[in-house]
Design a protein around this ligand. Structure first.
Ligand code: T5A
Length: 216
């Protein structure tokens, strides 16, 4: 049986990496084989593109070029990591995926949604997430968490944008969730880690594990 595909989305420091990893551990404890991955990155070619984008050297080339770079990374990630794992019956958990492009490059970068959707068709095709969590935290909380985790290291290309930019990001993810309630579930990320993890687990159980065990 084909595996399930779950993605985590949201602003900087909202807890995506933390909860993607906690969910993977919980699934593994149930003997569910699962692959934990991330975007940009998640395959050899995509990790090279990640370095180029997050260093900021592609920023002067404009938002369209950055969008194409994210798409190139995604294409490699889907073909080399995600699709083979799903086909082998493994679950895949990705820290960011298509909704990040829709919000960062589309809603905020003002890249034409027609271009974004065309690139999705080419790179993602039918490999759409079964379930997406948007972790929602106020900007001030997310940036403080990202900063404390980063320590004295430099902020990346997107983390160093203004507070208004991060407020718009937050709104952008909430708008996507309103449009696709069957796929996207918004989780209040302000709560303590274990509380957030429990809400995520309840959703996975009822939407994905429940569906499997209920099948004849
Ligand atoms: N991007 C990406 C695009 O523009 N377009 C795209 O198509 C894609 C795919 C990626 C950047 O690329 C952009 C978006 C991003 O700007 P990244 O380095 O991968 O950059 O960074 P982020 O994805 O933003 O991830 P962060 O690491 O900043 O944030 P996370 O993963 O949301 O947060 P996490 O889990 O590392 O947590 C941060 C800190 O908070 C603590 C954690 O322990 C950690 O210290 N924490 C909590 N503390 C208290 N209570 C809780 N509930 C907590 N949850 C976590």
């Amino acid at each position: 049986m084909r595996g399930k595909f779950i993605t985590f989305e949201g602003g900087e420091g909202s807890g995506k990496s933390t909860h993607a990893s906690m969910l993977a551990q919980r699934l593994k404890a149930l003997d569910i084989d699962c692959v934990l991955t991330r975007e940009p990155g998640g395959s050899t070619g995509a990790e090279i593109v990640r370095h180029i984008i997050l260093s900021g050297i592609a920023k002067p080339l404009g938002a369209e070029t950055e969008t194409i770079l994210f798409a190139a990374a995604r294409d490699d990630h889907v073909r080399m990591t995600i699709e083979p794992a799903l086909a082998a019956g493994k679950w895949v958990i990705s820290d960011r995926f298509i909704d990040s492009t829709r919000v960062y490059q589309g809603a905020l970068g003002k890249v034409d949604m027609k271009l974004i959707r065309s690139l999705e068709r080419v790179t993602v095709g039918a490999t759409m997430p079964d379930l997406t969590f948007v972790l929602d935290v106020p900007t001030i909380v997310g940036l403080a968490r990202a900063k404390s985790r980063r320590g004295s290291g430099a902020a990346d290309r997107f983390e160093s944008e203004s507070t208004e930019y991060h407020d718009d990001l937050r709104r952008g993810f909430l708008v996507l969730a309103e449009r696709e309630p069957k796929r996207i579930v918004v989780i209040d990320g302000r709560a303590p880690r274990d509380v957030v993890a429990e809400k995520i687990w309840d959703t996975v159980e009822s939407r994905l594990l429940g569906a499997e065990t209920a099948a004849p």
